[in-house]
Design a protein around this ligand. Structure first.
Ligand code: PEP
Ligand code: MG
Length: 594
């Protein structure tokens, strides 16, 4: 850690979760009440002035939101417009305003304090609600309160969408999926966060947005202020705050190399992943948003191997209707350059949709009522989605995928509901495909163990290593304190994957992988050796993975796998694979600059 006279320079090391280098300005995304002062008014004469200050902040907040809406309209990104409408309405809500004023008057506290009490009051009400979606709307109240607080502070915090020219790097303690989903619309060029791990959803979203990101920095928020210069090196997991001029130059150079390498790799993307000894692996892309499809195709995706539909449920007051689902999926399945699209039924809970978790107060949401468990409980919500998936099956090639299957009954019940939905649609005269391929995600160790039995129920498996590793090694995938234990090359993980692949092939069905491991170049030959039929990944990884497959043989991959399986220690497996891959692809696996 070093400093110059003007601004202090800090170099922090975290976990690089989305590759690339970016040089930009910090936007410090604050937790709700950072740097807010709460005090009692020592004289009742000050009360009218305090109320006036509050009202002015309301006006200013409304004005800002209207400007944001105007700007959004110009960009044709209409998705968040109605949410901002809700926020504007809240700013003129009589109950909200009067309650805050009452606190100022009765308790003689400053507007910030009163506002905080109003928020607590709303939190209590929302937390008591049965409906997860309505109670989840407390986040809207929080966003509005945060904006008013900023305006009360008098500091003109630049909000992300007011940045104007150039991009900003979001620096925050943490970012919820909702935060990142919202920020994709803005001029964000990178992320740096205190918490998070390699497969936390924030990291996945950053990768899918092609934005460099470093997470698990512990306390980056302590060292930065909005407007500071920052370098985020998502490839090596470094963050530099207020870099020296020569450091800046080096990073500009590094950034140029990275960008050039990306283009260079694109030539592999256009060719299929076939080894010289004629073994083909189908390479697909994981997506969260339909906007990612063009980039996925450009980077060589042959199909969509995982569409995480849960993002359709975020940022809404109400549930998506069948039409909402249909209109969204239609755009995916009618894309001519994709061989097929795999729509995964929604996987809410876990590290996705934190508002929902808050409402049900699960102590251990990753093992709670998430994914298929939630769907089988909330059958109406589930069937709405199933109907839409059937309807788009008449328009293009669709495969359905059920997440978090842990026992035979779950897949059987999901299939029963799927068939029931199909019959209903047929009875209504609505066109649907003759049949749709049904897949089970294998991401719970129990499912891996009974893979031979599950294989009789479905057309294909898709291995979700993010969860499979989390559950089998007992490592919270979004907890940076245990990230060092998260090891895809752990002998237990390799054995589980092999068992799943063998069970699938033994039953004559295909097996795919859609967890992050599928896009990790270091693991590529191991997975090739396992003979996975399909690998679906963050699309930026596709060119590098295709290149490795195109330049390797199945035979050598098998040998490497055999050797890797002979070790009892994860450290030994990694060291061996690392050595082998560095030898075979020295430019890909050269030692990273630290
Ligand atoms: C996985 O668990 O590997 C997976 C692909 O699903 P998600 O990351 O959405 O939980
Ligand atoms: Mg999963």
């Amino acid at each position: 850690m070093t400093s110059d006279q003007a601004k202090k320079t800090f170099v922090l090391k975290g976990i690089g979760v989305s590759p690339g280098v970016v040089i930009g300005k910090v936007y410090r995304f604050d937790p709700l009440d950072a740097q807010i002062s709460f005090y009692k008014l020592n004289n009742s004469d000050l009360i009218p002035r305090e109320i006036e200050r509050f009202k002015n902040a309301l006006k200013e907040s409304t004005r800002q939101l209207q400007t944001i809406q105007e700007n959004l309209k110009k960009t044709k990104v209409t998705e968040p417009l109605y949410i901002i409408d809700v926020h504007i309405l809240l700013l003129s809500d009589k109950k909200f305003i009067n309650r805050t004023i009452k606190y100022i008057q009765r308790l003689g506290v400053n507007a910030e304090w009163a506002l905080r009490m109003t928020l607590d009051h709303y939190k209590q009400i929302f937390e008591g609600l049965d409906d997860a979606y309505i109670s989840g709307r407390i986040s809207d109240v929080q966003y509005v309160v945060q904006r008013i607080l900023r305006n009360l502070s008098g500091e003109k915090h630049e909000v992300v969408w007011d940045v104007g020219m150039g991009g900003v790097v979001i620096v925050s303690h943490d970012l919820s999926p909702a935060d990142t989903a919202q920020m994709k619309l803005e001029k964000v060029v990178g992320f740096a966060t205190d918490s998070g791990g390699r497969t936390s959803h924030t990291a996945i979203v950053a990768r899918s947005m092609e934005l460099p990101a470093v997470v698990g920095l512990d306390n980056v928020t302590r060292f930065v202020r909005t407007g500071d210069d920052i370098i985020v090196d998502g490839t090596s997991g470094l963050v530099v705050i207020n870099p020296y001029p020569d450091m800046l130059k080096r990073y500009e150079e590094k950034k140029r190399h990275y960008d050039a390498a990306k283009d260079e790799y694109l030539k592999y993307a256009r060719q299929p992943a076939v080894t010289p000894d004629d073994h083909r692996v189908r390479i697909g892309s994981n997506i969260e948003f339909i906007e990612e499809i063009p980039s996925a195709i450009l980077h060589g995706a042959e199909y969509i191997g995982l569409y995480r539909t849960e993002f359709l449920y975020i940022y809404r007051d109400d549930l998506p209707t069948e039409e909402d689902h249909f209109n969204n999926y239609r755009q995916v399945v009618t894309e001519k350059n994709l061989a097929w699209s795999t729509i995964r039924t929604f996987d809410l809970g876990g590290d996705k949709f934190p508002n929902y978790q808050k409402q049900v107060k699960e102590l251990n949401p990753q093992m709670g009522l998430r994914a298929i468990r939630f769907c089988l409980k909330e059958v109406d919500i589930f069937k709405t989605q199933l109907r839409a998936i059937w309807r788009v099956s008449a328009l293009g090639k669709v495969k359905i995928l059920f997440p978090m299957i842990s026992c035979i009954e779950e897949i059987q019940e999901a299939k029963r509901l799927l068939e029931e939905t199909r019959r209903e649609l047929v009875a209504e005269g609505i066109p649907v495909a003759e049949r749709m391929e049904i897949g089970a995600m294998i991401e719970v160790p129990a499912a891996a163990v009974i893979a031979d039995q599950l294989a009789r129920e479905v057309d294909y498996f898709s291995i979700g290593t993010n969860d499979l590793i989390q559950y089998s090694l007992a490592i919270d995938r979004s907890n940076e304190r245990v990230t060092y234990l998260y090891e895809p090359l752990h002998p237990a993980v390799l054995r589980l994957i092999k068992q799943i692949v063998d069970a699938a092939h033994g039953a004559g069905i295909r097996v795919a992988m859609c967890g992050e491991m599928a896009g990790d170049p270091l693991c590529c030959l191991i997975l090739l050796g396992m003979q996975l039929d399909e690998l679906s990944m963050n699309h930026l990884a596709i060119p590098r993975i295709k290149r490795i497959v195109q330049q390797s043989t199945l035979e050598e991959a098998r040998k490497l796998l055999e050797r890797a399986l002979s070790f009892s220690s994860a450290v030994d497996v990694r060291a061996h694979v690392q050595d082998y891959m560095s030898e075979r692809f020295p430019d890909e696996f050269q030692k990273k600059e630290s």
